[in-house]
Ligand binder design. Structure first.
Ligand code: BGC
Length: 268
């Protein structure tokens, strides 16, 4: 079997109805995985992602679940086991922003971001890890018993004024990812972070939808282009393949150089 193939593997991608999650779901399906498209609203968009996958010859279905709700997460996994038998790949992608100046930030804005971005990754990873440990490595399917991708951000390392809830959630994801990677590695489970920079998606429309906004954004990106969901999709598909079997417990930044402190290029 080709070592980038995900044939015979089942993947759950949270928040896969739009943006990076959709890009990842399409890329995993293109590599041969059966994909569960989780969404919390936008049911039509989730169905559109399923249609795109099936039109291209892949296998997918959409399921509604709020990933910050323990019972809904457990029901989503139970349904996945009914449909696909097991899970091989979890992509913890769902995330959101509720931006505010720090002194004006409400507890609700704080709690919403922490519960979706961080607690959601905890709830889904715990379910997946239980199944990976119970089932173990399946000969001929993958060298690992399971793979977990934790979608982070450049803001796991770049502080972000006006977005303290979001940056704190991403910094939390970094230590969450590393700590479970350390605990799960002896079970042949790999856990890897992806740190996207500015990717053209609905979460950051105001940063790219006018020429002025885009030009301002590009001053932060040495490589001088905004990223596409497909950039992240291809990286995720490779990271969960056997080609990347020796990678665990680290974040791969994919950001056109945003983490290179571009302000220092002609200063300091
Ligand atoms: C945020 C985007 C932002 C990007 C770069 C992402 O994690 O969700 O809104 O454009 O980081 O700052």
């Amino acid at each position: 079997m080709n070592s980038t193939s995900l044939k015979g593997q089942s993947a759950l991608v949270t928040g896969a109805d739009s943006g990076i999650g959709k890009g990842v779901a399409l890329a995993l399906a293109a590599a041969g995985a059966n994909v569960v498209i989780n969404h919390v609203d936008a049911h039509e968009n989730a169905e559109k992602t399923v249609d795109e996958i099936t039109a291209a010859g892949g296998t997918a279905y959409a399921i509604h679940a709020d990933i910050s709700n323990e019972a809904e997460v457990q029901a989503m996994f139970a349904e996945m086991y009914r449909q696909y038998g097991t899970i091989d790949i979890l992509v913890n992608n769902a995330g959101l922003q509720r931006d505010s100046r720090f002194v004006d930030m409400t507890l609700e804005q704080w709690n919403t971001v922490i519960s979706i971005n961080l607690t959601g990754q905890f709830l889904c990873s715990r379910e997946a890890a239980k199944e990976f440990i119970k089932r173990g490595v399946v000969e001929g399917r993958s060298r690992a018993a399971g793979k977990i991708i934790c979608m982070s951000s450049v803001h796991e390392v770049i502080p972000w004024a006006g977005h303290v809830n979001y940056a704190a959630s991403k910094g939390g994801i970094s230590m969450f990812m590393k700590s479970i990677a350390q605990e799960l590695a002896p079970h042949k489970i790999r856990v890897v972070g992806i740190g996207p920079g500015a990717i053209q998606t609905p979460i950051n429309t105001s940063a790219w939808d006018t020429p002025d906004a885009l030009n301002k954004l590009l001053t932060l990106i040495p490589y001088n282009r905004i990223g596409e969901p497909d950039d992240i999709g291809k990286l995720a598909a490779w990271l969960v393949s056997d080609e990347a079997d020796y990678i665990t417990g680290t974040t791969i930044f994919m950001d056109g150089g945003m983490t290179l402190y571009p302000g220092f290029a002609d200063n300091g």
